[in-house]
Ligand binder design. Structure first.
Ligand SMILES: Cc1cc2nc3c(=O)[nH]c(=O)nc-3n(C[C@H](O)[C@H](O)[C@H](O)COP(=O)(O)OP(=O)(O)OC[C@H]3O[C@@H](n4cnc5c(N)ncnc54)[C@H](O)[C@@H]3O)c2cc1C
Length: 477
């Protein structure tokens, strides 16, 4: 690609594919470079053809939720009848008992008992009073949830699960994580939801949209359509050097080719893009990049000779004695995710790349998982048809207490290049869901098209462009 009018997109996850799709719809020539063998990034769908039929599975359960009608319209137009609505049933398992999530009043009282419920309310009331006197803002995730919900509730299902996800103590996790994910939650909103069955903040949603062949279908459809319009999607490909001069990127090496795009939109890990710049990035930027870490995951996908394991979409396991964090039954998202009469289970282990879990191997992880799945009467070993193992090194950007300053140093430098746009979850080091990555991708495309840089960090922060109605819901353009 030596056409100086073409645009290079690095990474074919939701952010990269949304920018490629938006640019392609505007008549631009795009080249997408993706390291993996398929598009979709963390929202991809794996397909396993087995003698019993085809099993599909996402990289973890992918419920689509957004405040932005434009995104629903965009995906609805792409998928048509394959954009289905799914009833949500999710639970969490704590202290040997199952609780519905969103919580149900009778279920909570019945399982927890009046004594513990009382303790929760008492702790909550104490924190509520303390909150009126408190001057200092909470600094860590633990401080935030204890102050907001009281210690008993915070420890019941927030602190344990969070520590399991991140692999560091909740005291060392930035308050940004709590503000981003649970700021809208309050005891009263949850109680109101339990008692009157309507209202409630954004995480308490009873149905959600889902592509009937898996979350990856959105990105596979975009990929197909942009290629039909003459753009390229190169899989199993990676950039090896980003050459810059006078504040502009002038070329990008990919394998043996040197591409000279007009603009580069990058959703590959921010830590990797910094390493690729030539001349090398300033010392402060490289040091900041070295301090950022991603949490990894290893997944087991079991294909199962049984009609059903649960009625749940997914079940969380906050307790640390359970080695996995969540199980997902894809059949309960869409019956097209497995052959008739069979089902499957996706099991998530959280880890760091190179640690004991990362290196455990599938037989060992299977033994660890089956001990609990058999105990909880979900599954028997002899019902498992096949075990697949998948590894994801860059699953969660870790929000430690210093991450925000490190990200600021790097993004300020990257954003100073007039034709380089860092976006997305790994590309911006932001814990986005699909909707926010899609929005960042669309805004980057519009920055290129309109020649003015839209700020992407406010996406999902409550002051975003989309909520203010920046993007028209008319998708006919
Ligand atoms: C277990 C799990 C469950 C989730 N559940 C939900 C959910 O229920 N709902 C929801 O909306 N979101 C969910 N998400 C989040 C969602 O998957 C992400 O928000 C989304 O995929 C981020 O898109 P992205 O494009 O920003 O980044 P990614 O999806 O990470 O895409 C980045 C892409 O860049 C590629 N890449 C990396 N390095 C290079 C390189 N050097 N060269 C070229 N390409 C490279 C990667 O292979 C990848 O394809 C979940 C995520 C996980 C891990």
């Amino acid at each position: 690609m030596n056409n100086s009018d073409s645009i290079l997109v690095l990474g074919a996850g939701p952010a990269g594919m949304a920018s490629a799709w938006e640019l392609s719809r505007a008549g631009k020539q795009v080249t997408v470079i993706e390291k993996a063998g398929q598009v979709g990034g963390l929202a991809k769908t794996y397909v396993f053809n087995e003698p019993q039929g085809t099993f599909r599975v996402d990289n973890g359960p992918h419920r689509f939720f957004s405040k932005n009608k434009y995104l629903y319209d965009m995906i609805g137009d792409l998928l048509g009848e394959k954009w289905i609505q799914v009833k949500r049933l999710t639970r969490f398992f704590v202290d040997g008992k199952f609780y519905y999530y969103p919580v149900r009043f009778r279920n909570v009282l019945g399982q927890m008992g009046i004594f513990k419920a009382n303790k929760m309310l008492r702790d909550y009331s104490i924190e509520h009073v303390k909150g009126r006197l408190r001057k200092k803002k909470p600094e860590s995730f633990e401080d935030f949830v204890v102050a907001r919900f009281g210690r008993t509730l915070a420890e019941f299902n927030m602190i344990n699960y969070t520590e399991k996800i991140w692999g560091i103590p909740a005291k060392e996790i930035s308050v940004d994580w709590a503000e981003q994910r649970i700021a809208g939650l309050s005891i009263w909103a949850a109680l109101k939801k339990m008692l009157v069955k309507k209202g409630g903040p954004k995480t308490l949603v009873d149905t959600f949209y889902y592509p009937s062949l898996g979350s990856g279908l959105v990105y596979e459809t975009m990929s197909k359509k942009i290629q039909e319009k003459g753009s390229e999607v190169l899989l199993n490909a990676q950039p090896t050097r980003i050459v810059h001069e006078n504040g502009s990127v002038i070329s990008v090496d990919v394998g043996t080719k040197t591409l000279r795009p007009r603009s580069v939109i990058s959703s590959i890990p921010i830590t990797r893009s910094v390493e690729l710049f030539d001349p090398i990035a300033p010392e402060a930027v490289r040091q900041a990049a070295k301090k950022l870490r991603f949490r990894a995951q290893v997944y087991l996908f079991l294909t199962i000779d049984k009609k059903k394991v649960t009625d749940d979409n997914w079940v969380y396991f906050p307790d640390k004695e359970v080695p996995f964090g969540r199980i997902t039954e894809m059949k309960n998202f869409s019956k097209e995710m497995c052959p008739k009469g069979r089902t499957s289970l996706f099991i998530e282990f959280f880890c760091f790349e190179g640690d004991e879990i990362w290196n455990a191997g599938k037989e060992k992880l299977f033994d660890m998982a089956m001990e609990w799945l058999e105990k909880l009467k979900f599954l028997k070993r002899e019902e498992v048809l096949n075990i697949h193992m998948i590894k994801e090194p860059d699953a969660y950007p870790i929000y430690d207490l210093e991450y925000a300053e490190n990200v600021r140093v790097i993004t300020e430098w990257l954003d100073s290049f007039e034709n380089f746009f860092a976006i997305g979850r790994p590309g911006r080091f932001r814990y986005t869901n699909q909707d926010h990555s899609l929005e960042m991708g669309i805004l980057a495309a519009r920055s290129v098209l309109e020649g003015k840089r839209y700020e992407v960090d406010s996406v999902g922060s409550g002051s975003e462009y989309f909520e203010r109605g920046y993007v028209p819901s008319d998708t006919s353009r």
